[in-house]
Design a protein around this ligand. Sequence first.
Ligand SMILES: Cc1ncc(C[n+]2csc(CCOP(=O)(O)OP(=O)(O)O)c2C)c(N)n1
Ligand SMILES: [Mg+2]
Length: 562
Amino acid sequence: MTQLNSPLSSTFYQPHKTIDQLSIGEFLIRRLQEHGIRDVFGIPGDYVLGFYSMLEHSPINLVGCCREDNAGFAADAYARVNGMGAVCVTYCVGGLSVANSIAGAYAEKSPVVLITGAPGLRERTNNPLLHHKVRDFRTQLEVFEKLCVAATELVDPLTAFREIDRVLEAATHYKRPVYIEIPRDMVKVVPGAPYEYRRTEPVSDPEALAEAVAEATRWLNNCQKPVILAGVEIHRFGLQDELLNLAEGSRIPIAGTILGKSAVRETHPLYVGLYEGAMGREEVTQFVEESDCLLLLGAFLTDIDMGIYTANLDVAKCIYATSEELRIRHHYFHNVVLADFIRALAAQHPTPPERPVPAHNGGNGAKYTLRPQAPMTVTRLISRLNEALDEKTIVISDVGDALFAATELTTHARTEFIGPAYYTSMGFAIPASLGTGVGRPDMRTVVLVGDGAFQMTSNELSTIVRHKFDHIVIVLDNRGYGTERFLHPGDFNEIHPWNYTKVTELFGGGTGYEVRTEGEFDDALRKAWADNSGMSLIHVHLPIGDCSPALTRLAEKLSKKV
Ligand SMILES: Cc1ncc(C[n+]2csc(CCOP(=O)(O)OP(=O)(O)O)c2C)c(N)n1
Ligand SMILES: [Mg+2]
């Protein structure tokens, strides 16, 4: 990320202007650029047109979407691969539509900036009934105060710049979404006052840090079976190198979580596999749960990550370090920054006994041998896909068996795997793949999506075709809400079957493949992989009742709860 207040590069918006010459809209664009945002997703509307037009004339690229919630998912995935993302929409009809995506970004710690237009301040006198207004002028703001880590309405020129910096800094520090509302008559207002921004960095209390590191080092030096559980924050805070430094320096094996999958490359020799409580593979569950010193680094203990609270972790055997809290056994330490803790611990070079990593990898170590006539199943599909993955592929899984089956994929690099593994909002994957296409055009995106989820947001394939991305979209067609069939059978789990490959005709681009057997899938995947001319869509007919081993194990646990 570019340093704020650094000398301006000519690629910045209005580089010839000093801060006090900038309008509120211009200042916001400059700051977005300084935070590394090169693209903004969204749909315009009259309350935000002035700002849209300013964006259009700036170096920032506007990516028009089909729906605002899709734009929010795209911005979320863009943030995950780029560091920060942004979505810009009109008042209420756009803003409230993006609420679910922003909620997901909050829950899964993705720093998305939501920018929204609003009626001008001068239009609000006598409380007129202006279009898009819900209850009063602040309704949308109040909704997003609940869904974002910081929210502001830029109603005062004297505080507008400071407010923009305050909320963007909150997004950086907390890796959560933020909300910026600009009344349409404020976009071009030039505050004209001198303004200097003083950035605050979280700092550790040195004594708390030293004491925590000493306690952790002592314990690691005296334990028998250490293991690191690397969570999503390792990715969000960019701490992969720090974590590997600690793990490699002390030869500590590393397990992952679903939400944090691919934070560390899964081909690393110290990598054990995904820990998912009773939902996961037995040898990984056992390896983690029999540890007498489990370092949970940047891991939230979500129910999905932990196999619906079937995880059997004893607090007295855990060091739990996140951006929000540090606990060693039952000792709490305050004001210790996660990065400082990991770095300082690595610097102590703890020397626990070396623990052999069980043979893995991702459950798919065995070579895939094609059985051309066999009906395609989700388990075999994942094994076949594993053969194709390389460090230039991003896999995005939607909710449902796409997500559970993908736990068996072995990723080769960092941030290769993206899934809404905690908030689990169906329909995430296709719009999210717009975000990775725009944010990482150097990578190939593969989407795994259930038929139910596909029916929710597949219109965004239109934008993917428009941008000529060579995504490979694999539709897992089990004719309905497969996951829910396992939890609670009923007609409500059946959906209307679509001719999924026909979207290529509807959207005017891409190639469709319809497959039923392993041979047909193999053929389609080969052709799709070799084709960079546009999107490929592989419609996979799965046998009814087919599902991944992880879903079978999860369904057993969940069905006891619902
Ligand atoms: C937006 C949203 N609505 C409803 C749900 C509840 N839900 C969870 S899984 C699921 C079924 C998913 O169906 P599909 O995408 O076909 O995947 P499958 O389970 O068949 O693999 C539903 C309805 C959800 N998670 N998100
Ligand atoms: Mg389905």
